[in-house]
Design a protein around this ligand. Structure first.
Ligand code: 13P
Length: 340
């Protein structure tokens, strides 16, 4: 384990005004999004879509790293250039989703545990040899009557910590992603409490597992009310609830925090990140950025629709959304920028 190397990669991922692009949708998720837009759900169409992303001009100006799915790292452009080489050439660090998705947690109805630890040490070695420098593992926590249970939070925290330690052993920076879902009618305050409890448990587990905090990145949800909650808090309240939650439980040594978007609209995701920087920029001990999938990609996918003649417009939208989030990291984003 090369501590300096891990720290350098984490710093490069969080550097300047840039953020991460999550393009690691599993086959199921990617196909579901394609299906909704009438795009054929084949390997070739997934390759075409990922080619659109990695060949987008100026993407590297706002994106420091891209999280890929296993299928994508072996794919090439029409001209035969490997996606991994292309990303490296552009200065975008390639990463990989290594979890194998979430499954029901035995004996705990409605709760999930993430799979993928078996054989992970070997997979990480292979990924490193291919040029992958960081990884991602997502744990899913749902808020509902009586859940999350302590047992669910604890087992997901331990699993995340073991994954993170295995990554660092392989000189790969782990992104630790606990997602408290937006589904449901819970309040922002309930989300704050659950997010805080989950993060506390995770950092305890990371500490016990001897994970090097400077060489990892946390990928959390923002503290928001459930999608069906009657009270939808304003941008300022959400920024304040999120940052005050993290200040309580995220150690200052952590390499950085990079948000998932979790189903927020792309404008709201940017506005909320922007407000955190505008109001609390001076208070934060960690670099704070984005690692969005839907909040960057969704409008792009809707423009592309699987048609070659739409590639140019879709790429412009992708670069635009990435750059809006980079602006948000400087506290310079406004909704008016969306009329592009
Ligand atoms: P969203 O930004 O769409 O939530 O996706 C982020 C991600 O990486 C999910 O694991």
């Amino acid at each position: 384990m090369d501590i300096q190397h891990l720290k350098n990669i984490a710093q490069r991922l969080m550097s300047g005004d840039k953020g991460l692009l999550a393009m690691d949708e599993s086959l199921g998720t990617c196909n579901k999004r394609f299906e909704a837009l009438g795009i054929p759900q084949t390997e070739e169409y997934r390759r075409k879509y990922r080619q659109l992303i990695v060949t987008t001009p100026h993407l590297e100006e706002s994106i420091s790293g891209a999280i890929l799915f296993d299928e994508t790292i072996y794919q090439k452009t029409d001209e035969g250039v490997s996606f991994l080489n292309l990303l490296e050439y552009k200065g975008i660090i390639p990463g990989i989703k290594v979890d194998e998705g979430s499954v029901p947690l035995a004996a705990f109805p409605d709760e999930k545990i993430t799979e993928g630890l078996d054989g992970l040490r070997h997979r990480l070695e292979v990924y490193y040899s291919l040029g992958i420098r960081f990884a991602k593992w997502r744990a899913v926590i749902k808020i509902d009557k009586g859940i999350p249970t302590k047992a669910c939070v604890r087992i997901n925290a331990i699993t995340l910590a073991l994954y993170a330690a295995l990554c660092q052993e392989a000189d790969i920076v782990p992104i630790v992603e606990p997602e408290v879902l937006m589904d449901g009618d819970h309040t922002m305050e309930q989300c704050a409490q659950v997010t805080q409890d989950v993060l506390k448990e995770i950092f305890n587990a990371l500490y016990e597992q001897r994970v090097y905090l400077e060489g990892m990145i946390l990928k959390p949800n923002m503290v928001v009310p459930g999608l069906d909650c009657k009270v939808q808090n304003d941008v300022e309240e959400i920024a304040e609830a999120t940052i005050s939650c993290f200040l309580k439980v995220v150690p200052a040594a952590v390499g950085g925090i990079a948000f998932l978007s979790g189903g927020q609209s792309y404008q709201l995701a940017s506005e909320r990140l922007n407000m955190m920087h505008l109001r609390f920029g001076q208070l934060m001990p960690w670099p704070l950025t984005f690692s969005f999938s839907r909040a960057i990609q969704q409008p792009t996918l809707e423009l592309w629709k699987g048609e070659d003649q739409n590639i140019g417009a879709a790429q412009k939208m992708l670069a635009h959304r990435a750059s809006c989030n980079s602006d948000a990291r400087r506290g310079e984003y406004s909704r008016a920028m969306e009329t592009f």
